[in-house]
Design a protein around this ligand. Sequence first.
Ligand code: UDX
Length: 454
Amino acid sequence: MAVIADRCPGIQVTVVDLNAERIAAWNDPDLAKLPVYEPGLDAVVVRCRGRNLHFSTAVEAAIADADMVFLSVNTPTKTKGLGAGQASDLRWIEASARTVAANAQGHTIVVEKSTLPVRTAEAVQAILGASSPQAGSNGAVPTFSVLSNPEFLAEGTAITDLENPDRVLIGGEDQEAIDALAGIYGHWVAPERILRTNLWSSELSKLTANAFLAQRISSINSIAAFCEATGADVREVAKAIGTDSRIGSKFLQAGPGFGGSCFQKDILNLVYLCRHYGLEEVAAYWEQVVALNTWQQHRIARLVVTKLFGTVTGKRLAVLGFAFKADTNDTRESPAIRICRDLLEEGAQLVIVDPKVGAVQIAKDLAQPSIDQDPLVQGSDDCGGWKMAGSAVEAATGADAVLLLTEWAEFASLDWEGIAAVMRQPAWLFDARARADASAARSAGLRVWRVGEG
Ligand code: UDX
């Protein structure tokens, strides 16, 4: 929405949320307090805030004023009830559709921006259509058009992805509404990049795009394990296959598995829908993409234990990176979570460094407080613990191994001589992203494991 405001000075954009604390943070003059860390976002907010970008808790008034409403609420995986663990929880979509139905005036275009299961628009349309026809202030009964406009941006590159999208997808039936939304993007996106489809294709394209991207990562990670077993190098294999223009070179980086708020959730949702439509083989096919991803994370934790003489109980391990990828403070489904939990279970003492993720978030993700906050676990050999450090050297001091789990740029140029000097020998570097300078680490005397290197 900030980018729309930036590119369309003639359009007033109001972002509303029930959460007053979040809205206050978006309005805070101190840009460090913006709720989302995203390179370039602060500059866009500074340019537009107060001009044509507003943040408010006045949800109903903003809907009444709007010609177009974007539903951009979260749709997490259900944790209980029908479809638990796979289906999307649509309670917030339904609640916001009802709020729109109750407050809209005149004709309102309702845009599904959240990632939704295919055919959700049907439910949204039904809710909007069933609203008791109340005449608005001008005496007219409100009417609605529903469009699907999924978002393909990736975190960390959100602003550039939005400014130069590969494509914008608009699904719908009402041509006038489609033209109105295409007109907004048309301020900065070339017309041939604005694709128009029916509602169901648009909703399904988002799930499919994420499923294909995640599938590539599971594919390359499966080959990484095979490379380790056979003496091949997954980066050489990736390069060799990626130069085939039919395959392409992107999204072939082996690592600790995919994280983030979308891939797993969307595939599980796809799996759930396939089963719903009786397509068991199709469901099983996509389910395996997630199974392989989970396996890769457990595999990395297991091999750390194996290489450290079969035990990490009471051993200090430095963990570099906790975010699910570089340039974000987001830890949702981060591979670091499962790997760290496995190692804690084995009794390891983890010392974690991440340029953007703080202790409060890590305590939530690992479901246990840091050693600093809970000194009772300190010194107990059976019970794993964790704490944070300010630098890689501090984390590595006295450690038996360094685990690199997020590909932050600063981890590419670490001083391995200095790090090796403060570690307990024999010491290991486990580089799950192949990001560190492995030859420098080896020259400094470390034993090195890199993902996908046989
Ligand atoms: C993804 C999609 O890319 C985006 O289009 C969609 O809108 C939301 O989901 P995001 O989750 O922000 O975006 O990150 P992305 O860059 O796709 O990475 C997802 C995960 O895959 C990360 O954990 C990343 O480290 C991992 N990854 C990515 C790899 O392991 N190897 C790769 O080659 C690429």
